[in-house]
Design a protein around this ligand. Structure first.
Ligand code: AMP
Ligand code: GLY
Length: 414
């Protein structure tokens, strides 16, 4: 099988590594990729926001499957263009990708599908915004309607700040605050059938103790020893299956990765958000643990053949810690040299925002590397990830020191 993967981040590096392990993979091409991915696949420097350029490349390379990593090409209709050209694509159509691209759309689908989620109002005027804020009270949750690369959501006790944030967008969703631990649970869908992956937890805040601003994600771990046993089954029944059914009934089947961001509240599991793609950095802990051959799995999804599919997981634990640039997330400083990358046995260093300059690796994004440790339990996995990340030097960079800490302590206590 010849696969073309789209994207350039840590998620795509982890996808590339997992695709490569599939015995049926013959060639792996990535556009545009990054220096880490270039070590394990053939990279092509094309503009992936230009659907024609991607399809032309795929035809030239006789590609059997296109796998789309990031949300932007999906919202841009790349999957539609791929399928129109007769090339199976793992990734939702532009219409189905609205589940991520529009918060209001996602809320409507959840309502029609009976999926549990926070109560909400969609607002376009100041009066509507103020009424919604006062209906729910603090903490206020305000979400810009469109794709905002993690910057559209504000959760705050400060009504003034909530109002100010709301007024920055022409349409906002204001919703009830959901209290409880957050879990990311991904489903792989062929449009009709959906297979759940194991849950992972992501750390969204920049600083230890869940302080500081929201980021794209500073670390993750899987599995979750503390999570209720039935979480996968319950999410399939209450969230993933009804959503896939609803999308199919609307004539816009969802083919690809349905990312359910869940809050485990004392009133049950509720959806915080949907994404239409693999999460980053959750992918960097999930895929190293997945034993099912990934290229074959994603091809089955892309061609409507997932019925009866089950996933095979290793019993190992995985912990990923993200190395971020100075100033991330507000004003990341890029272009600094990176030294000291030396993976140990049972660790992987995924490149997220790196570039080669005169043969030397430099930072090129806010999130620079995602370091995954794999071990028999979370403690061992953490130790490996932190041993590797602490040896890396990048001027002014920072990482959280408490990724999976509580879970590893609780696991040891059991
Ligand atoms: P989203 O982009 O919708 O995932 O929001 C980003 C982050 O904001 C989530 O991971 C949560 O930590 C937080 N958040 C979003 N919606 C809510 C909510 N209704 N209640 C509590 N926290 C929320
Ligand atoms: N880890 C959060 C996301 O991928 O959106």
């Amino acid at each position: 099988m010849r696969v073309l993967l789209i994207g350039a981040g840590g998620r795509e590096h982890a996808l590339a590594a997992a695709l490569n392990r599939d015995p049926q993979l013959e060639e792996l091409h990535v556009a545009p990729g990054n220096p880490g991915i270039a070590a394990i696949a053939l990279c092509h420097q094309i503009n992936v926001d230009d659907n024609n350029a991607v399809i032309e490349l795929a035809k030239k390379l006789l590609i059997d499957l296109i796998v789309v990593g990031p949300e932007k090409p999906l919202a841009n209709g790349l999957a539609d263009a791929s399928r129109a050209a007769g090339i199976p694509c793992f990734g939702p159509s532009k219409a189905a990708a609205q589940l991520e691209a529009s918060k209001d759309f996602a809320k409507q689908v959840m309502r029609d599908a009976g999926v549990p989620t926070a109560k909400f109002f969609t607002c376009t005027t100041k009066a509507e915004i103020e009424k919604a804020l006062d209906t729910f009270g603090a903490p206020y949750v305000v979400k810009h309607d469109g794709l905002a690369a993690g910057k559209g959501v504000v959760v705050t006790d400060d009504r003034e700040f909530a109002l100010e944030h709301a007024l920055q967008s022409s349409q906002v969703v204001i919703e009830e605050f959901l209290d409880g631990p957050e879990v990311s649970l991904f489903g792989i869908s062929d449009g009709h059938n959906i297979v759940a992956m194991q849950p992972a937890q992501d750390f969204k805040r920049a600083l230890d103790g869940d302080l500081g601003p929201n980021t794209g994600g500073m670390g993750a771990y899987s599995p979750l020893p503390w999570a209720p046993d039935q979480i996968i089954e319950e999410t399939l029944t209450k969230v993933l299956n009804p959503t896939i059914r609803e999308m199919e009934a609307r004539g816009t089947p969802f083919i690809g990765l349905l990312y359910a961001g869940l809050a485990l509240t004392n009133k049950g599991t509720k959806v915080i958000e949907f994404n239409a793609r693999f999460g980053d950095p959750e992918t960097e802990v999930l895929l190293p643990r997945l034993k099912t051959p990934l290229a074959q799995l994603l091809l089955k999804a892309a061609t409507g053949n997932l019925k009866g599919e089950t996933l095979d997981w290793s019993d190992d634990s995985a912990v990923t810690v993200v190395l971020a640039s100075k100033g991330y997330p507000a004003n990341p400083v890029v272009g600094e040299p990176i030294m000291g990358i030396a993976p140990v046995d049972g660790s992987q260093v995924f490149h997220a925002g790196t570039t080669l300059r005169d043969g030397i690796l430099h930072s090129s994004g806010g999130r620079v590397l995602a370091v995954t440790g794999i071990g028999a339990d979370l403690t061992e996995a953490r130790n490996k990830a932190y041993r590797v990340i602490s040896a890396i030097t990048l001027l002014g960079s920072h990482y959280r020191s408490d990724i999976a800490l509580n879970a590893s302590v609780a696991e040891k206590g059991n």
